[in-house]
Design a protein around this ligand. Structure first.
Ligand code: ZN
Length: 444
């Protein structure tokens, strides 16, 4: 892949000739902080929440990441407690509102508002980010929700039509057999979607002995799966696999890889990313893992300052071989809240269970419930039609050292049973997580 499209996009966003050499990392950061000061000025002036939260703070003196540390964080609870207080524009200027149900809590949902310009900047990022993967006249199978106007599926389809391509949006992401038929019928040259669906699609293709050669690239979004799953996807589709990171709070697009495995170039004209130690709340150096914190730089309807995303990742310390000054996010390893504390005190993350279970060739997807009152972990397995791997999966889980210890010393019980066996999976468009019953008391 070439660095040109994202380089052109960056130049255009900075008001420069698209074909000249992009700015240096230092120049980009200076430009970002000028945009941030402008955002802070507007937020304090127009947005009730920040008018109060940033009162008495010298927002005009924020010139560097170290200066940014003097500003307070914004949390998901702040958004839940009064999303309208974040509005910087009148309701008439809101082109799209997205409501996010809160997982595992009974609190009010988060609501985010975007102006027409906010959505256009996302379409532009998708367009330039996708252009190396899709040629004019080609089709992409995009496993994305919400094809309503302003929804992610529709924004994405709009960006692909600007490239002269066509988008196929499946209605239900859980019917892997239907996805397979759509893929074969559409002759799609690119697949985009959550990693678990594409993993299941690859397992099913392999099981049926179908070889296809029309897919040139796969772009995974939302979820990170183990290296083994990524390798399966690359092998079965015979193509490069790229990663994308984003969330509703980043107006959907967030970062995209320029080369397979290179790390995701961040959407730096639109937000500044810090990585913090969630316990000390201090910034950590590049190359160190921590919570991803974003400050928006161009958002009109609802700016976010130092918003704690809850996602865990790191900024890659070296420069990308493509030479772009856009910093890169390494693999996003999950969320701060997707782990449980096992009896005995060890933390168990969904990522560890993915590593153990998805490596088995018959597994399409799985869910896991942790019953705190019975001290039991129960797995429900979505498998290839005709396969019965429950005993092997139970054994693989029980052989994992920290689970083995919790079973031996604290009477943790493990069960695994078959769930979907007809080519469907549990996962839809939401993030996968360990479900804790009856309360999330064991969660971090
Ligand atoms: Zn690059």
């Amino acid at each position: 892949m070439t660095e040109r499209p994202l380089g052109k996009w960056l130049n255009l966003r900075m008001g420069r000739d698209p074909d000249i050499q992009p700015v240096s990392v230092r120049e980009l950061q200076e430009w970002q902080f000028a945009s941030l000061r402008q955002t802070l000025f507007q937020a304090v002036k127009n947005c009730p929440f920040y008018h109060e939260r940033l009162a008495g703070i010298q927002t005009g003196a924020v010139h560097s990441p170290a200066d940014l540390e003097k500003l307070p964080f914004t949390t998901a609870d702040d958004l839940r407690n009064g999303p309208e207080n974040f509005l910087c524009v009148s309701q008439d200027e809101v082109a799209r509102a997205i409501t996010l149900a809160s997982s595992g809590s009974s609190g009010p949902p988060k609501r985010l508002f975007f102006s027409a310009g906010d959505l256009e900047r996302t379409i532009e990022f998708f367009q330039y980010g996708m252009s190396p993967m899709l040629k004019e006249g080609e089709t992409i199978l995009a496993i994305l929700p919400d094809s309503r106007p302003g929804g992610v599926g529709s924004l994405f389809a709009e960006s692909i039509s600007l490239l002269g391509g066509e988008t196929v949006l499946p209605v239900n992401p859980s019917y892997i057999s239907t996805l397979l038929n759509l893929l074969l019928d559409s002759h799609a040259s690119c697949i985009l979607g959550p990693a678990i669906q594409i993993h299941a699609l690859a397992r099913m293709l392999e099981n049926k002995g179908i070889t296809i050669n029309h897919v040139r690239s796969v772009l995974l979004c939302w979820d990170v799966l183990p290296q083994t799953s990524m390798q399966t996807i690359a092998r079965v589709f015979g193509c490069e696999v790229f990663s994308h990171w984003g969330m509703t709070e980043t107006c959907l697009g967030g970062g995209v890889e320029c080369h397979s495995g290179s790390g995701m170039h961040l959407r730096e004209p639109d937000f500044f990313v810090e990585i913090i130690n969630p316990a000390t709340e201090k910034q950590v150096p590049d190359g160190h893992k921590g919570e991803i914190v974003i400050s928006t730089l161009s958002r009109r309807a609802m700016p976010l300052i130092r918003y704690r995303t809850g996602d865990v990742g790191c900024i890659m310390p070296d420069e990308c071989s493509c030479g772009l000054p856009l910093r890169r996010l390494g693999a996003v390893e999950g969320r701060l809240d997707d782990g449980i504390i096992l009896p005995g005190g060890s933390r168990l993350d969904l990522g560890e269970l993915n590593n153990i279970i998805l490596a088995h060739k018959d597994i399409l997807d799985f869910t896991v419930d942790y019953h705190t009152d019975e001290l039991a972990l129960s797995f429900k397995l979505d498998v290839l039609p005709g396969s019965k791997p429950s005993p092997q999966i139970k054994q693989l889980v029980m052989d994992y050292p920290k689970i083995q210890q919790a079973c031996a010393n604290h009477n943790l019980k493990i069960s695994a049973r078959l769930a979907n066996q007809d080519g469907t999976i549990h996962s839809g468009f939401g993030k996968r997580s360990i479900t804790v019953n009856p309360i999330k008391a064991g969660n971090l």
